[in-house]
Design a protein. Structure first.
Length: 242
């Protein structure tokens, strides 16, 4: 039997995921839960943490991808002039996190994505995570609002509780982010001009205004919906329930 030579082994590529969002929305809790399956109860504001995870590579199209996760600070007001920009500029995918218990964090996310997209010719592949779905009594962002915003911003959307969603749900968020990054790279390679198909922030805000004050719909602990191609079409039903 022939032994595998180094050349025959599958290459591991690195994917850089930058986790962004307002303070205390659960960016560190999400990152640590993914890496260790432990939930951090305490709040300790992050300056910047970088994790490299080669132990559980994510496989997309037969290739292995290891994650480099940058957990950023929640001080996002002047992010353009912050040292975090060097990570954002080199990110393969951006994970925007907001809290379902604070509408302002969703508004912050819209503005943040607009500013970040404006800094490069091609917007970064992005996923959006609505966190803290376990706090049902404090919830003030409905699924409908969040899905509409995600659709308008051309993001995949995940709604979950880092505190109580299953390990598989947490893994799915990162696996989908990697797949999105890989697929986007392939699309860009195929389209030399690679200009954005992203939709305007104006339409995201318009959507929020439209559904504002409507009754929230009951939410499961976790669901995922990918962006739909047609802005005028209705929302897809959740693709995954865990
Ligand atoms: N109930 C509940 N609490 C959560 C959840 N996710 C995070 N938290 C709590 O929210 C607080 C803030 O979480 P962090 O992960 O530190 O938030 P962050 O976004 O990294 O905050 P910054 O470092 O300031 O940017 C902590 O006390 C967490 O335990 C969740 O899904 N449910």
């Amino acid at each position: 039997m022939m032994r595998n030579t180094k050349k025959e082994q599958k290459l591991v590529h690195w994917i850089k995921v930058v986790v962004l969002g307002s303070g205390a929305v659960g960016k560190s809790a999400l990152t640590v839960r993914y890496l260790t399956d432990r939930f951090i109860h305490d709040y300790d504001p992050t300056f910047e943490d970088i994790y490299e995870d080669e132990k559980k590579p994510i496989v997309v199209d037969d290739e292995q991808y290891a994650l480099r996760i940058v957990d950023t600070a929640g001080q996002i007001e002047d992010i353009e002039n912050s040292f975090q920009m060097r990570h954002i500029a080199s990110a393969d995918v951006v994970m925007y996190v907001f809290s379902l218990t604070e509408s302002q964090t969703l508004h912050d996310l819209i503005s943040l994505k607009d500013r970040i997209d404006g800094m490069s010719a091609t917007p970064k592949p992005s996923v959006m995570v609505g966190n803290k779905s376990d706090l049902t009594h404090m919830r003030c962002v409905s699924q409908e609002e969040a899905m509409g915003v995600a659709n308008n911003l051309n993001c995949s959307y995940f709604e979950m509780s880092v505190a109580s969603s299953s390990r598989e749900s947490v893994d799915t968020v990162f696996q989908s982010a990697v797949k999105l990054a890989v697929d986007s790279q392939k699309v860009l390679e195929n389209q030399k001009d690679g200009k954005s198909v992203g939709k305007s922030v104006k339409s995201a805000l318009k959507w929020l205004k439209k559904v504002h004050r409507r009754k929230s719909v009951c939410s499961p602990m976790f669901f995922y919906v990918s962006p739909v191609a047609d802005e005028s079409s209705h929302q897809s039903p959740p693709a995954t329930f865990v």
